[in-house]
Ligand binder design. Structure first.
Ligand code: KG4
Ligand code: ZN
Length: 337
């Protein structure tokens, strides 16, 4: 069975054809990231315009690279939530038109469920497992009970991990996205040079809070400026990255132990982080857990993960009509459309 996936929730316009949920036949991504760098973050207006300009050719290319026509496709899967509303609407409306014209079923896909599916196209993993989902907008510890059933065990109370890394990167004067810049610079720094708080969240052993860490890095930079002291940015980047990764891996370990999961996976843009990947591996080796990681090319936003999850949603009977809308927010465990 071949699913055409379409993704446009942020600044990547992507299309992909995936066979039987696991075999990626094509994976095309057009990104407007370079334009957003000028402004230090994604400008929603620009992102939507670029989606509208290139979605048609991105889909054509994905079909051509998979050696397919629209008629060879069994269903069209599209990200409908969560994300930037103007961006999502371009993908949703394009997918609706395509499905209607070609008389193919339309399958709505939750973006974060898609990120989790990046593991299905990267490794041999099947639910149930525990997944740490860390992206620019989300930080969740999610029990993946089946391909379409999820339970949130822990979540961020404020900023997402990627958001905290991006904001910290900006404070340090690094290029957007800060998460990528911090990962690149950290090996040159001393991660024990600065100590950041390790926040504990009341009433939950598994929730995260990153806003205090972010304030702390801003204060460190301002205090140094006021005292006329030099800061070695690599030390600050490495220390901040350590603080974020420690929080993520500690809670992940605790949740796995307490809920009895031995199969663990990571997903989302921050899953590309080299320290997170290494530290999660060490934690899993220590506990005798099995760790699954998405291939680097599937960590960031892409449509192959949407087509993969779309396959499992399709098999579970999920279909949308022409009234499908896009939503800026939507919980992963109670996703509706
Ligand atoms: O999943 P994603 O591409 O988009 C969302 O759905 O949000 O995640 C983007 C986030 C950004 O915050 C970016 O800084 C972060 O992923 N990111 C990284 C790395 N690569 C991307 N953070 C840390 N280390 C990386 N190597
Ligand atoms: Zn994403």
């Amino acid at each position: 069975m071949k699913i055409l996936g379409i993704e446009s929730s942020c600044d990547e316009t992507a299309a992909s054809v995936v066979q039987d949920g696991r075999i990626v036949l094509s994976n095309v991504i057009a990104s407007s990231l370079e334009e957003h760098k000028l402004y230090g973050g994604v400008v929603p207006e620009i992102a939507s315009r670029r989606h509208a300009e290139c979605i048609s050719s991105v889909v054509d290319e994905a079909l051509a690279n998979a050696d397919c026509t629209l008629q060879d496709i069994d269903a069209v899967a599209v990200t409908y939530a969560p994300g930037l509303i103007g961006s999502l609407l371009v993908g949703v409306n394009f997918a609706k038109g395509l499905a209607l014209a070609a008389k193919k079923p339309l399958v709505p896909v939750h973006h974060i469920r898609g990120h989790i599916a990046s593991n299905y196209i990267s490794c041999d993993i099947e639910p149930p497992f525990l997944c740490l989902v860390v992206s620019g907008g989300h930080s969740h510890i999610t029990a993946v009970k089946s391909y379409t059933e999820f339970e949130i065990i822990g979540k961020t109370r404020d900023d997402a991990a990627g958001e905290a890394l991006d904001k910290a990167g900006r404070t340090m004067g690094l290029a957007y996205p800060g998460g990528v810049s911090i990962d690149k610079l950290s090996p040159e720094g001393d991660e024990n040079k600065y100590t950041f708080p390790h926040p504990r969240v009341s009433n939950s052993m598994y929730d995260f809070s990153f806003s205090g860490l972010k304030t702390s890095v801003i204060n460190t930079v301002h205090n140094a400026h006021q005292k006329g002291e030099d800061i070695k940015t690599a030390d600050l980047a490495a220390s901040f990255q350590k603080a974020v990764v420690d929080c993520l891996v500690d809670n992940f370990e605790l949740a796995a132990r307490n809920y009895g999961y031995t199969k663990l996976a990571i997903a989302g843009g921050v899953s590309a982080n080299s320290k997170l990947r290494a530290q999660a591996k060490d934690m899993c080796d220590k506990n005798g857990f099995e760790l699954f990681l998405p291939q680097m090319k599937y960590c960031g936003d892409n449509a192959a993960m949407i087509a993969s999850q779309g396959y499992y949603e399709f098999m579970a009977g999920s279909r949308a009509g022409e009234g499908l809308n896009a939503y800026a927010t939507m919980p992963i465990d109670k996703a509706v459309f």
